[in-house]
Design a protein around this ligand. Structure first.
Ligand SMILES: [Zn+2]
Ligand SMILES: [Zn+2]
Length: 359
């Protein structure tokens, strides 16, 4: 099968022919229809993620159809349309049994701990635990990022931040996961402030529901926080029906989707007392968090790491009902041959919107 292959960190990958995978016991092989190009693919490629062993095939969010069933797999058939979370649980431990396989200690991740979906085929282990059935009515573009970006944003807001109707959320970093968060937060009845340095990304954020957008090019964390607080206050004064915001206040929730220490700092500086910060972006260098402020204002810092397969039906319901349509975030579709250059180009930032790959 054709696949994108990385043999050295940071060096341009190649598209090669590799042996097609066979289904492991309990797992399946999936024919990949669409797969995403996500910021965490770049972290793996650049050598920031110590779970990656060379050589490997990247790619951790995908949509496809089951091509082969491993020994003992029941309840699934060849041809079923499926996706899977980028964190696949072992299916056997207490965390998996509790529906929390996004933190399974024996987890595996396509594109990181084993060969991923930038290929014509990919394996899903522990199929009965990790496979998610995708309704035929949904377009490929609307579900291509369910394995990572869209699901991560959903869980971060609904389950980790416990975002409530009328609250104000500021989303720092409007790449794939950030734009997904903007769209979902509006669908959950919150007001949204989108924060980025890219006019194109902010334009998309506004088109999918951001109430305010803040371009923070060249600003210090203190200056960013002041602008975000001003935007929150502006939303409150605008008197949006049902808003819980008060004039002079900052956001109730911040979500960092970039993984930069100074962006985390700006988020914590902008939060109101009792505010909740959700960290989704992965850091290349360890941040120095503002712990005294976290203590004094009783802030919460919450980690968020994908979403277990068991939680997908509620998200799919939102898509099927038309409440959200992730396909509008897709701005580029690439073939495998275009992926090496697109991956290398991420060192200089990302183009606005979500990129998907059709192997
Ligand atoms: Zn487990
Ligand atoms: Zn990802």
């Amino acid at each position: 099968m054709r696949a994108v292959h990385i043999t050295a960190f940071g060096e341009n990958p190649t598209v090669v022919d590799l042996p097609a995978p066979t289904a492991p016991a309990g797992g399946v092989v999936v024919d990949v229809e669409l797969t995403g190009l996500c910021r965490s693919d770049f972290h793996g490629f650049a050598g920031h993620d110590d779970s990656v062993f060379l050589p490997y095939v990247p790619g951790h969010e995908f949509l496809g159809r089951i091509a082969a069933l491993g020994q003992g797999v029941t309840g699934w058939s060849v041809g079923d349309r499926v996706t899977a979370p980028f964190v696949c649980g072992c299916g056997d431990c207490a965390w998996c049994a509790a529906g929390q396989s996004q933190v399974c200690p024996h987890q595996s991740q396509p594109g990181f701990t084993y060969d991923g979906s930038w290929a014509e085929q990919v394996v899903v282990p522990a199929a009965s635990h990790n496979l998610v059935a995708v309704p035929e009515s949904l377009s490929g573009a609307s579900v291509a990022s369910l394995g990572c970006r869209f699901a991560t944003a959903f869980r971060a807001l609904r389950d980790r931040a416990q975002l409530r109707l009328g609250e104000v959320v500021a989303v720092f970093g409007c790449g794939g996961v950030g734009l997904s968060a903007v769209m979902l937060a509006r669908a959950m009845g919150a007001s949204v402030i989108a924060v980025d340095v890219s006019p194109g990304a902010l334009e998309i954020a506004e088109s999918v529901g951001a109430n305010r957008s803040v371009n923070v090019t060249g600003l210090s964390p203190e200056e960013v926080a002041a602008k975000v607080r001003a935007a929150a206050s502006d939303i409150a004064e605008g008197g949006r029906a049902g808003t819980k915001a008060a004039p002079g206040s900052g956001p109730h929730v911040t979500l960092e989707a970039l993984g930069r220490p100074e962006t985390l700092e700006a988020a914590l500086l902008s939060l109101d007392p009792l505010g909740r910060h959700v960290q989704v972006g992965l850091f290349a260098e360890a941040p120095q968090t503002l712990i005294p402020r976290v203590v004094a204002l009783e802030l919460s810092i919450l980690g968020s790491h994908g979403m277990a397969a068991v939680d997908y039906p509620a998200l799919l319901d939102l898509l099927v009902s038309g409440a959200v349509d992730p396909s509008v975030l897709v701005t580029r579709e690439l073939g495998l041959d275009q992926v090496p250059d697109a991956l290398a180009a991420m060192a200089g930032g990302t183009q606005p919107g979500v990129a998907v790959i059709r192997p």
